[in-house]
Each structure stands twice: as structure tokens, then as C-alpha cells.
Design a protein around this ligand. Structure first.
Ligand code: GAR
Length: 207
């Protein structure tokens, strides 16, 4: 295991089950080239902040409503990222869109998990339960999750990994959401986190 690790910030907005999967993967050694040192929440009520605290990880809140503008929101986040010397950002259920001004600062250094097989059911307006509602409404038989790099196009960056999940009879959006998380998101995201962390260390000549 390398002594130096990529310093990771995880961005969250809600329950934080993907954050939990990342924390667990760090503890079990699936993630060994990176370390989560900061959790950034877009919402002060996010349960993900409690998960971070329980794991001994610092949390900060950037609440757009309170900060007043996209610029002020992103400036607050950037300030925290600089303070913690962050190398790599993981969007794990982060429900705010980041502007090009933000994403262009971290090329190939931001990844996101999306609960569908991109390019289906993605882009502006497709987030959380809504994605599963639309998949069921359309009547697709297979859905899944995607981990991708983040650029200025919502859900438009290079795909890193995808996993298919079958729709079953009687599925509700909630049941489907849970199956996609269990079978795809909670596995793909930690694996991608390790892959990108390792790449960062290699680029720096550390490993
Ligand atoms: C997850 O399903 C994640 O893929 C999705 O929101 C949920 C958050 O759950 N993200 C998006 O829709 C982003 N466009 P969590 O807070 O329990 O990880």
C-alpha cells in the first residue's frame, strides 16, 4: 500500500449510501490508493454528513440557497477543496449541477455515479428516484448504473464503467432504485475510485 494517497473529496446531497460504500471500501482495502479526507454536502440536512462524522471524516456544507448564487456556491466549495489539498472529487448522489468554470478546473479529476445506463435517462432533470420512474414508465427491461468523468455537459463525460440490472415484475421506482444501488452503484463506484486514485499516483510517479 503506498504511503502517499490521492486526497479525495466526496460530494453528497442526501442519504449517502454511495458515500457509505466508499467508506466501507476504504476500510476493506478495495480503495487503497486514495483516502477520503472531506465530504462536501449541498444541503445541511444531508444524512451523508452523519455518515462522514461517524467515520471521522470532516464535512462542510455549501448551501446554494444561503450563498445566493452559483458563483458563490462554487467559490465556497473551491475554498474547501484548496484548504484540504484535494486531488480527486467523487460525486456520490450530488444533486447540484456544476458549471464549466468549476469542472474545467479539475479535468479527469471528477467522477459521478448515475443510476441508469448512459445515454439513457440522463442529463438535466434526471436525478435520484426520477431516473427510475422514467425507466419504468418507458418500459425498458434492462437498466443499470454508470460511472463517468464529469465535464461541462450533465452526464456527458467519458464513461468509466457500466453495469446492467434487470427490471423485474412488480418493480416500483423505490424497489428498482435499491436493486440498482445494490447490484451496480455500490460496486462500480468504489472500483472506479480506486482506478482513478491509482492513475493519479502513477501520473505523479509515486507508484
Ligand atoms: C444514487 O442512486 C445516485 O446514483 C443518484 O442519486 C442516488 C443517491 O443516493 N445520483 C444521481 O441521480 C445524480 N444524477 P445516495 O445518497 O444514497 O448515495
Amino acid at each position: 500500500m503506498p504511503d502517499v494517497k490521492a486526497r479525495i473529496a466526496v460530494f453528497v446531497s442526501g442519504g449517502g449510501t454511495n458515500l457509505q460504500a466508499l467508506i466501507d471500501a476504504q476500510q476493506s482495502g478495495i480503495i487503497k490508493s486514495g483516502e477520503i479526507v472531506l465530504v462536501v454536502a449541498s444541503n445541511p440536512g444531508a444524512y451523508a454528513l452523519t455518515r462522514a462524522e461517524k467515520a471521522g471524516i470532516d464535512g462542510v456544507v455549501a448551501f446554494k440557497k444561503e450563498l445566493g448564487s452559483q458563483e458563490a456556491f462554487e467559490a465556497k466549495i473551491i475554498e474547501s477543496l484548496d484548504e484540504y489539498n484535494i486531488d480527486f472529487i467523487i460525486l456520490a448522489g450530488f444533486m447540484s449541477i456544476l458549471s464549466e468554470n468549476f469542472t474545467s478546473r479539475y479535468p479527469n479529476r471528477i467522477i459521478n455515479v448515475h443510476p441508469a445506463l448512459i445515454p439513457s435517462f440522463c442529463g438535466k432533470g434526471y436525478y435520484g428516484l426520477r431516473v427510475h420512474e422514467e425507466a419504468l414508465k418507458y418500459g425498458v427491461k434492462v437498466t443499470g448504473a454508470t460511472v463517468h468523468f464529469v465535464n461541462e455537459i450533465p452526464d456527458g463525460g467519458e464513461i468509466i464503467a457500466q453495469k446492467a440490472v434487470y427490471i423485474e415484475e412488480g418493480d416500483t421506482p423505490e424497489i428498482l432504485q435499491r436493486r440498482v444501488m445494490e447490484q451496480a452503484e455500490w460496486k462500480l463506484l468504489p472500483e472506479a475510485a480506486e482506478m482513478v486514485s491509482k492513475r493519479i499516483l502513477k501520473e505523479r510517479g509515486i507508484i
